[in-house]
Write a protein that binds this ligand. Structure first.
Ligand code: NAD
Length: 301
């Protein structure tokens, strides 16, 4: 019997989903995987020994809970309500006596998450948003930070044992969509810090200040942050650019934060600038590039 009795259908076995699904399996959950890319599904099955489902309908028939770890909220909605005629949401609803549950762990757009919650409720399926922070390394270790948004306490409580298998810091952010809002705002801060550090390195280059020297000083001073300590030091200095977090996803997160500011009528000019700056780098380098490569677009040619 899996912990908490849930059988987890895991949808989206990419950079993050694959190690997160593996953490669930390691914790004793029965996991059934699904990805539109059959190579990603096969790699997951090979690595974990878990089953994969050939269709969303088959996944819904096997699972009591569906976890989504997909690129965007629009794709999450499409997978649940549109692909295969909405077989996933329908199957989760009718196939589970206590009601089906979807846990969206993708970094989705919070206003869309609220609309999706209403559409799923009509089909007898609950929704909890539970995006993550920590990147591929913490996904592998099962030590992600997870921010939870839920409108009803029983749904959040039902999701928690599943989430504890993937993260060691769980935060109740607020109602449905609050986790997604917190995630976008966190990544906006991280993106702004990366942009500021990139500019500092570029200014230092022009002045004749060694990049390694400047970063060592910053990392022992008040400018220190996660981006200066890890991505800058481990991926920008050696120019390996391989954090496992794609530029297209970072540009999307920054745009979500800027759009949220606009939607609520908040004055956030830096978010507007960041949205434009990351969109430009994304257009120039392509969404599949590692996000740290953005500095190569900002460096003088
Ligand atoms: P990824 O691009 O590596 O993986 C996404 C997976 O979804 C791919 O395997 C793809 O084939 C699959 N997919 C796309 N459309 C599909 C569909 N219609 N049906 C089924 N499968 C489909 O992305 P990732 O880095 O794993 O990120 C996933 C989510 O997590 C994103 O929302 C991202 O912003 C967020 N996130 C990523 C990181 C990171 O460090 N990579 C960290 C925190 C949060």
């Amino acid at each position: 019997m899996p912990p908490s009795g849930e059988i987890v259908g895991f949808i989206g076995l990419g950079n993050m989903g694959r190690p997160m699904g593996a953490s669930l399996a390691r914790s004793g959950f029965e996991v059934v995987g699904y990805d539109a890319d059959s190579a990603a599904a096969a790699a997951f099955a090979g690595e974990t020994g878990c089953r994969t489902a050939p269709t969303l309908a088959a996944l819904a028939a096997a699972a009591s809970v569906a976890v989504t770890m997909l690129p965007t909220g629009a794709i999450v909605r499409q997978v649940l309500l549109e692909e295969e005629g909405g077989a996933l949401a329908h199957g989760l609803g009718v196939g589970n006596a206590g009601g089906g549950l979807v846990i969206d762990m993708s970094s989705s757009e919070p206003v869309g998450t609220r609309a999706l919650g209403a559409a799923l409720a009509e089909r007898g399926v609950g929704l909890v948003d539970a995006p993550v922070s920590g990147g591929v390394e913490k996904a592998r270790d099962g030590t992600l930070a997870i921010m939870i948004g839920a409108d009803d306490a029983p749904a959040a409580e039902r999701a928690e044992p599943v989430l504890r298998a993937m993260g060691d810091r769980l935060f109740r952010a607020g109602p449905l969509g609050a986790g997604h809002a917190a995630k976008a705002l966190n990544n906006y801060i991280a993106a702004a810090a990366f942009t500021a550090a990139s500019e500092a390195l570029i200014v230092g280059d022009a002045f004749g200040l060694e990049r390694e020297t400047l970063l060592t000083i910053v990392n022992n001073s008040t400018g220190r942050n996660f981006n200066s300590e890890v991505p800058m030091k481990q991926h920008v200095l050696p120019r390996t650019f391989a954090t496992g977090f794609k530029l297209g996803l970072m540009a999307k997160d920054v745009a979500i934060a800027a759009d949220l500011a606009e939607a609520v009528g908040a004055d956030a000019p830096l978010a507007v600038t960041m949205k434009a700056r990351w969109a430009e780098a994304n257009a120039a380098l392509g969404p599949g590039a590692d996000f740290t490569r953005a500095i190569t677009h900002w460096e003088p040619k």
